[in-house]
Design a protein around this ligand. Structure first.
Ligand SMILES: [Zn+2]
Length: 433
C-alpha cells in the first residue's frame, strides 16, 4: 500500500473509527454467559469468535480439552485458536484471553449479562476480566491486517477456558499439546491497566493440614482426644511465629498492591467435628469428641523463596507441636503448587510494549507483578516460553466485583498499543535503498 500517511497514524485512525464496533463486540461477548464453574457456553463463545475472525481472514481451530477437570458432555472445555498468516516468514505474536467469568454474586445495579453502556463504560460480568481485553486485541489485529496485509510472520488470538479455576482445560492443555512451540511473543490482555506491564505473578502453595484425635462421648471428653483443640494449637503457633515471620519477608518483585509485596498466608477453610445435619430435628451435631479437623491454607510466595522452603516452614510448625504437645498427630497434603514467574524487563515483548505505551500515552509504563496467579504460569512452565506478559485495559480492583465495567477509552488506548506492537514486530520498516 503506497501512501504518504505513515502506517502508525493510519492504524490509530482505523482503531478510532472502530469505536462502535469495539463496544458492540464487548457487549456481544458479555452477553454470552460463560460462568465457571461450571463452564457454561464455552462452545458458543468459540463459535461466535470463529465467525468474527474467519470474516477477517483468520483460520480457526477448535480444541476440546477432553478429560481435564470439569470436562463433560454437558460442560465440554472448548478452546479456540485463530491464526492469520502474513505473506512472508517472520515471528508469531500470540494474544491469549480466557473466556470464562466468575459467578455473579450479589450487589449488582446493572444486568450482569446485559452489556449496558453508560458514561463511557461497558458494564457486565467479565467486562474487565477479560472480555474487554479480548475485544481490544481483536480490534487491534483486524486494524493491523486491514492496513498492512503484507506483513511478515503470523498473529494468533486464542480464547481459552477455565483460567478462573486453574487453567488446566485451557492454556495448560494447549501448552501440553505444543501449541506454543512456534510462538515468539505472548500478550495476555488481563486488566492490569493500559499504562502498566505485568511481568508475572507470585507463586502459590495450597496445602491441607489434618489433625487427628479420638472419638468419645461429649460428656466425658477426657476419654477421647479433641482434634479441634490440636488444630487450635496449630493456629496459635501460626499466629505467634509464622505470620510475623512471613510479614518480614519482603520481595524485590514490583507486586501491586503494595501490601502484597511480601509473603502472605490465608486460611481458606476450617472444618472440625461431625457434620451438622440438615435434620428436621435439631440440626445439631451429635455429642462427640471430634477425631478429625482439617484446614486448607493458601500460601503466596516470592521469587526469593522456593517451594521447599515454603513447605518446610509449615512442617516446622507441625513438627514442633509433635515434639511438645501430647498425642499431637497430623497429615500434611499438598493440593496445588505454582512457581512464581517473572519476565525480564529487557525481554523483547516488554521493550516493544513499553515503546508502544510511550507512543500512545506519552508516558513510561509502570512494571508490576500480580499478587495472584494467572495463565502466564502455564506458558512459562509447560510452554517453556518466558517472553510473555499481561497487558490490557481495565482495573484489576473491579474484577470479580458487582457492577464490573471496562472503560471504552481504555480499550481504545490498549488496542492502539497492541496495534503498534504488531507494526513493530511484524512490519519492520523497510531498509532504505
Ligand atoms: Zn482474568
Amino acid at each position: 500500500m503506497k501512501t504518504d500517511v505513515p502506517l502508525q497514524s493510519r492504524l490509530s485512525d482505523r482503531i478510532d473509527a472502530a469505536r462502535d464496533d469495539l463496544v458492540a463486540l464487548t457487549q456481544d461477548l458479555i452477553r454470552i454467559p460463560t460462568l465457571n464453574p461450571p463452564g457454561d457456553n464455552y462452545l458458543e463463545i468459540c463459535e461466535f469468535l470463529a465467525r468474527r475472525l474467519k470474516g477477517t481472514g483468520f483460520e480457526v481451530d477448535f480444541i476440546r480439552a477432553t478429560g481435564t477437570p470439569g470436562d463433560s458432555e454437558r460442560y465440554p472445555r472448548w478452546n479456540l485458536i485463530a491464526r492469520r498468516e502474513g505473506t512472508q516468514a517472520g515471528q508469531c505474536v500470540h494474544f491469549n484471553s480466557h473466556t470464562d467469568v466468575v459467578e455473579v454474586g450479589a450487589g449488582w445495579t446493572k444486568d450482569p449479562f446485559g452489556g449496558e453502556v453508560e458514561d463511557g463504560k461497558v458494564y457486565g460480568r467479565g467486562a474487565c476480566d477479560m472480555k474487554g481485553g479480548l475485544a481490544a486485541s481483536i480490534i487491534a489485529a483486524e486494524a493491523f491486517v486491514a492496513e498492512h496485509p503484507d506483513f511478515a510472520g503470523s498473529i494468533e488470538i486464542s480464547a481459552t477456558t477455565d483460567e478462573e479455576t486453574g487453567g488446566f482445560g485451557g492454556v495448560a492443555y494447549l501448552a501440553e499439546e505444543g501449541r506454543y512451540a512456534h510462538v515468539d511473543h505472548v500478550i495476555i490482555p488481563e486488566p492490569l491497566q493500559k499504562d502498566r506491564i505485568c511481568l508475572g505473578h507470585r507463586g502459590v502453595w495450597w496445602g491441607e493440614i489434618e489433625t487427628h484425635g479420638e472419638i468419645a462421648h461429649g460428656s466425658m471428653p477426657f476419654l477421647g482426644d479433641c482434634a479441634v483443640r490440636h488444630m487450635g494449637a496449630v493456629l496459635s503457633e501460626m499466629e505467634e511465629k509464622l505470620f510475623p515471620a512471613l510479614a518480614e519477608k519482603r520481595t524485590a518483585m514490583p507486586v501491586v498492591p503494595e501490601g502484597a509485596r511480601q509473603s502472605t498466608l490465608n486460611i481458606n477453610s476450617f472444618h472440625g467435628g461431625l457434620d451438622e445435619p440438615d435434620a428436621d430435628f435439631t440440626g445439631w451435631p451429635s455429642a462427640c469428641v471430634p477425631d478429625s479437623a482439617r484446614m486448607v491454607i493458601d500460601r503466596r510466595y516470592l521469587m526469593e523463596e522456593t517451594r521447599d522452603e515454603v513447605v518446610g516452614e509449615i512442617e516446622a510448625v507441625l513438627n514442633h507441636l509433635s515434639e511438645t504437645r501430647p498425642n499431637f498427630r497430623y497429615d500434611l497434603r499438598e493440593l496445588w503448587s505454582v512457581s512464581p514467574t517473572m519476565t525480564d524487563e529487557d525481554a523483547p515483548v516488554v521493550t516493544t510494549v513499553s515503546k508502544a505505551i510511550r507512543e500512545v500515552l506519552g508516558k513510561d509504563p509502570e512494571f508490576v507483578v500480580s499478587p495472584g496467579t494467572y495463565d502466564q504460569k502455564h506458558i512459562d512452565r509447560i510452554g517453556k516460553l518466558k517472553n510473555c506478559i499481561a497487558y490490557g485495559p481495565g482495573l484489576l480492583e473491579l474484577a470479580h466485583k458487582p457492577d464490573e465495567y471496562v472503560g471504552i477509552d481504555d480499550m481504545i488506548h490498549s488496542a492502539k498499543v497492541m496495534g503498534l506492537v504488531l507494526i513493530d514486530l511484524l512490519a519492520p520498516a523497510p531498509n532504505p535503498e
